[in-house]
Design a protein around this ligand. Structure first.
Ligand code: 3PG
Length: 467
């Protein structure tokens, strides 16, 4: 029997879509899913749906592994966490030297780095693959962020590049990201940026709802989506706003408690650890958490007296500019986190290439990312690009107008605030941190640096205890 060139383990939503994508690209595959509990019949159902002679289905792990040509390429598509280790250990007895295992889930990058090291002891290669695009992206072309050894990537590159989305120039939205956990790190930051972008849209929706109907907001978003602000998230939001269930607008039926699967908070935790202020996406995580305190919100809302005299009309031109401003800051903060991680871990990540990989197939794809990927070919940071800084500078009036509107109407717009606060902080040469340093030295003799002194020099002052 002719062996398959690729194996997919796990036929959940993403695994199934990637498997179908491979078949559509004429890649002969073997698929495996366990045959227990609710998963009984998953493989048989998939074979029926696929209806393709290039796929072989298995419920026996050994038979599955043996059906794939060596060195094997096996993509694991199961829930991130301990399950991955169980799956790896289940596969190990059947694997041979130089086989390549790919984890396509949202694993934590530190776990991925440990798995790379663990499997290399067994002479097995391990790739942590960030996959973005949801079910549709996985089927029609996702954005792919592989991390691990370059040699192993080169062996799977042809397959991954075939199934990946293509950028405006027809190049695959997939390229080697960097060693060990770098691929999953970049995917994690992608998700953090996604949280920020989603929250900004939710804040726009809250501001606009004061004076507009769902239909009017949708129309406005569709209009914006025709221009330079075009993005996947803006487009789906415009669609969501007019979605109905029966005669009712579906948004009126959805409980206002936002869920999360953890990557947004991981991204913020890592940013804190590495000392990078990713305030927009971290605020978006907090906004989701705050929303989940629904009962408390309902009780408190009844207790307070909202003193809004009349609704302040919103300036739509300013709103559009403020949205552009905040989105740019959110992206810049995410890229700064990637850059710092790259320097810290010595990963050699290429920001321009990462933005190019995000230019299609993924949830944060947008016209702006395409433009910024080109900008980043010339400079190391968006803040080093003259046109970006002067654009943000020009948009200051707009963002302050929108924040004032939020305040006047008592609308919660935390990510817009954070974007602006960060911009003020980053464009203020003399901050108030000298006072923090003095306080630290006062109570803890933590020492401080002095203006004009050598960087390695530190000072302690004998503070007068006058009070
Ligand atoms: C995913 O990776 O599934 C999403 O992009 C992020 O999921 P969440 O919003 O449930 O955390």
């Amino acid at each position: 029997m002719k062996k398959s060139s690729f194996g997919i383990l796990g036929l959940g939503v993403m695994g199934k879509s990637l498997a179908l994508n491979m078949l559509n690209n004429h890649i002969p595959i073997s698929v495996y899913n366990r045959e227990t509990g609710e998963e009984v019949g998953v493989v048989a159902d998939f074979l029926k749906t696929a209806n393709n002679t290039s796929v072989k289905g298995f419920t026996d792990l050994g038979e599955f592994v043996n059906s794939i040509e060596t060195p094997r390429q096996i993509l694991i598509m199961v829930k991130a966490g301990k399950v991955i280790d169980r799956v790896i250990n289940g596969l190990l007895p059947y694997l041979e030297e130089n086989d390549i295992i790919i984890d396509g889930g949202n694993s934590h990058y530190e776990d991925t780095a440990k798995r790379v090291a663990y499997l290399s002891e067994h002479k097995i290669n391990f790739i942590g693959l960030g996959v973005s695009g949801g079910e549709e992206g996985a089927l029609k072309g996702p954005s792919l962020m592989p991390g691990g050894s370059k040699e192993s990537y080169q062996k799977i590159a042809a397959t991954l590049e075939k199934i990946a989305a293509k950028d405006d120039d027809g190049k695959p939205c997939c390229n080697y990201i960097g060693p060990a956990g770098a691929g999953h790190f970049v995917k994690m930051v992608h998700n953090g940026i996604e949280y920020g972008d989603m929250q900004l849209l939710a804040e726009l929706y809250a501001l606009l709802l004061l004076t507009k109907t769902y239909e009017e907001i949708s129309k406005l978003f569709f209009e914006w989506n025709e221009g330079e602000l075009a993005s996947y998230l803006l487009e789906i939001t415009a669609k969501i706003l007019v979605e109905k269930e029966g005669n009712e607008n579906l948004l009126n039926l959805i409980l206002d408690k936002a869920g999360n699967k953890g990557t947004g908070s991981w991204s913020s935790t890592v940013a804190l650890k590495l000392g990078v202020p990713t305030t927009v996406k971290t605020t978006a995580v907090y906004a989701r958490y705050t929303s989940s305190f629904k009962n408390e919100r309902v009780v408190l809302a009844k207790k307070i007296d909202r003193k809004i005299k009349s609704i302040e009309p919103i300036d739509l031109v300013a709103l559009k500019e403020a949205y552009d401003f905040a989105r740019t800051i959110n992206l810049q903060q995410g890229l700064q986190l990637i850059k710092t991680a790259s320097d810290t871990y010595n990963w050699g990540l290429d920001l321009a290439e990462i933005c190019r990989i995000w230019s299609n197939g993924c949830i944060i794809k947008s016209k702006k990312i395409v433009a910024y990927s080109k900008v980043l070919q010339q400079v190391d940071s968006l803040f080093e690009a003259k046109q970006v800084v002067s654009g943000l500078n020009k948009q200051e009036t707009a963002i302050t107008k929108i924040l004032q509107n939020g305040l006047a109407n008592r609308v919660n717009v935390p990510c817009f605030y954070e974007a602006y606060n960060y911009w003020i902080a980053m464009t203020t040469a003399q901050s108030s941190a000298n006072l923090i340093q003095a306080q630290r030295d006062f109570f803890g003799a933590h020492r401080f640096q002095k203006i004009g002194a050598k960087e390695e020099e530190s000072f302690h002052h004998n503070w007068s205890e006058l009070c």
